[in-house]
Design a protein around this ligand. Structure first.
Ligand SMILES: [Zn+2]
Length: 425
């Protein structure tokens, strides 16, 4: 429009030379003014997210007394919704070499026994990620006379967000990469870990609110083997993933589109890659016996989603007849033990399995759940498991907010401790 208006003013041949000069001066002033008006919006599309880099202070914050408070400190750095476009997402994804180094660190940390700082971050990552010791100062440690220490694999730097970011000012920062936060006990000593091979995770930070803190509290409370928290919102990049495709549940309008940064539905997300690595490590330890071992994902559902169920527990199988039979047969399975124990601990809550409820949050499309339930890693985008393949070691917990609140932690810790007894390693 700007160029057309200039052209429509015609030639200047009938105007005096002095007037031409004045018109030229006016023209320069007008175009400068237009440029100034346009400038902020032009810049905002480029610089929306990037203001300045900062060192994330959580790991050195000595006022943080529990692992839960440390994880809560990192939560605001989760890459927020609508942050990425294709270019910035591609830039944040690990290269092949970076991925190998990062997953190597996840693997090395699972072997740690009193030697966190022996795990050295390779040069390719040492500006991005760090391995640090975090020592909690809780009542539990006072009782045992020892502090409880953890090795933490954490992203080191963040950027500050501009005021036009969708999550500003609630979350004013963002990780740069957002591959995730990984924690293991620093020692295999019984005073630190109860040697139950339980791996906890929180795939949906900033979306399933309070689940990272809850997963951390349960991880430390039961002395679990590992804790993995995703570093990106499931809506950080709201482009449909090419992995799990929307499914219709009988009603063609009743479909869910899964986004690229949703680690429940895209196997390329670093959270999923790390989950695969943890599962392979566990397999190398002789496997994951359903009597004492599991991979537990903590999720949170909205008030209008399956309102009849405070807790909806599943193992990656849905409501088909064969799946319902799997949930109700005589075989002992983690999900059945857990349901019994949470019912005992939370008598006022409703804790259902897919065999008790028509809630659709059954996690049959969860890529890590599919892997644990016998689907090849290369096929998890397209293939669901079934009652013949399912192992039962995938535990998917959907919860109303009441179940995620800190006053429910102790009940959860007791229920999980009884569900996954200490092994005699
Ligand atoms: Zn979730």
């Amino acid at each position: 429009m700007y160029i057309k208006r200039r052209g429509s003013s015609g030639c200047f041949s009938h105007i005096t030379p002095k007037s031409k000069i004045m018109i030229g001066v006016y023209w320069i002033l007008i175009t400068s003014l237009i440029t100034l008006i346009l400038k902020p919006s032009v810049f905002s599309t480029v610089a929306t997210k990037v203001k300045e880099e900062l060192e994330i202070p959580c790991i050195r914050n000595t006022s943080l007394t529990t692992l839960e408070s440390l994880v809560a400190c990192y939560d605001p750095y989760t890459i927020p919704e609508q942050f990425f476009n294709q270019t910035t997402y591609d830039a944040a994804q690990p290269t092949e070499a970076e991925s190998a180094a990062w997953l190597g660190l996840v693997n090395d940390l699972l072997w740690v026994d009193g030697n966190c700082t022996d795990v050295v971050v390779p040069p390719i990552l040492n500006q991005v990620y760090g391995v640090s010791v975090f020592t909690s100062k809780t009542n539990t440690s006072e009782e045992t006379g020892t502090n409880t220490s953890y090795c933490v694999l954490h992203e080191r730097k963040a950027i500050t967000l501009q005021p036009d970011s969708p999550t500003f000012p609630f979350f004013p920062y963002s990780y740069i990469k957002g591959w995730g936060l990984f924690v293991v006990p620093s020692s295999k000593s019984p005073s630190v870990t109860r040697r139950s091979a339980v791996h906890l995770s929180a795939p949906h930070p900033q979306f399933d609110l309070k689940t990272p803190e809850q997963a951390a509290a349960l991880f430390s409370g039961i002395g679990a083997k590992s804790l993995l928290v995703a570093g990106r919102s499931r809506e950080s990049f709201m482009t449909p993933t090419s992995c799990v495709q929307p499914v219709s549940s009988g009603n063609s309008s009743d479909t869910t589109v899964y986004f690229v940064t949703d680690p429940a539905h895209n196997d390329k997300e670093p959270f999923v890659q790390a989950s695969f690595r943890i599962a392979k490590w566990q397999k190398g330890q002789g496997g994951c016996p359903a009597s004492s071992c599991a991979f537990i994902q903590m999720h949170g559902k909205g008030a209008s989603s399956c309102p009849q169920d405070t807790m909806f527990l599943s193992s990656g199988l849905g409501n088909s007849a064969s799946s319902v039979a799997w949930y109700t047969d005589a075989t002992d399975r983690p999900i059945k033990r857990l349901q019994k124990n949470v019912r005992d601990m939370f008598p006022s809550f409703t804790a259902s399995l897919p065999s008790d409820s028509n809630c659709s949050l059954t996690a049959t499309t969860n890529v890590f759940g599919r892997y644990l339930n016998g689907i090849e890693e290369s096929a998890v985008c397209d293939n669901a498991s079934n009652a013949t393949l399912a192992t039962g070691v995938f535990v998917h917990i959907e919860q109303a907010i009441a179940s995620r609140n800190p006053d429910a932690y102790q009940g959860w810790i007791q229920a999980l401790s009884e569900t996954f007894p200490v092994t005699s390693e």
